[in-house]
Design a protein around this ligand. Sequence first.
Ligand code: 5GP
Length: 183
Amino acid sequence: MKHRSEFEKVVYDGKFRILISEEKIEKRLRELGKQITEDYRDKNPIMIGVLNGGFIFMADIVRHVEIDLEVDFIKISSYGNATTSSGEVKMLKDINAEVSGRHILVVEDIVDTGLSIRFLEKKFLELEPASLKFVSFLLKKDNARVEYNIDYVGFEIPNEFVVGYGLDHKQILRNLPAIYVMD
Ligand code: 5GP
């Protein structure tokens, strides 16, 4: 039997259900970009992408924000190869920028239990920014384990494991252009 990649199985075998199409993503990016552009005018924000999952959303959203901005990246541990949170967050790579007195906008792929957001909020507040806000492409509202506040949300989704648009399953499938649900 011909070898097929996981990518092909998702796209051609219908093993995964599409949840958010490329068209819907593009439309929402335009709306979010417009809102962020208005809110951060003259603020020269620093947008901090959370790796790995946030890399595609980060690349797309900055191109929809039409003001001067800077970027940096932080890498924190997520689920490893599991599909549920371990409950523990570790920092794997810190930012390099000096953010004291700056307007920080953290760019996340997805908020699930909220533990990562709480970890990042505590870390960045200690650096005394002028302001700290969060944008997350996806939000699993019903799975919150701690209290958190997200300022901009792309889409609220049900409590299901999703892949694509930066989000992985065992490190692959991040390059799918839309969001799929694993059945
Ligand atoms: P939290 O700390 O809010 O529980 O989880 C945040 C992180 O868990 C995300 O940045 C992401 O890496 C991972 N995550 C949460 N839900 C999903 C999901 O449905 N699919 C994938 N691929 N990763 C997820």
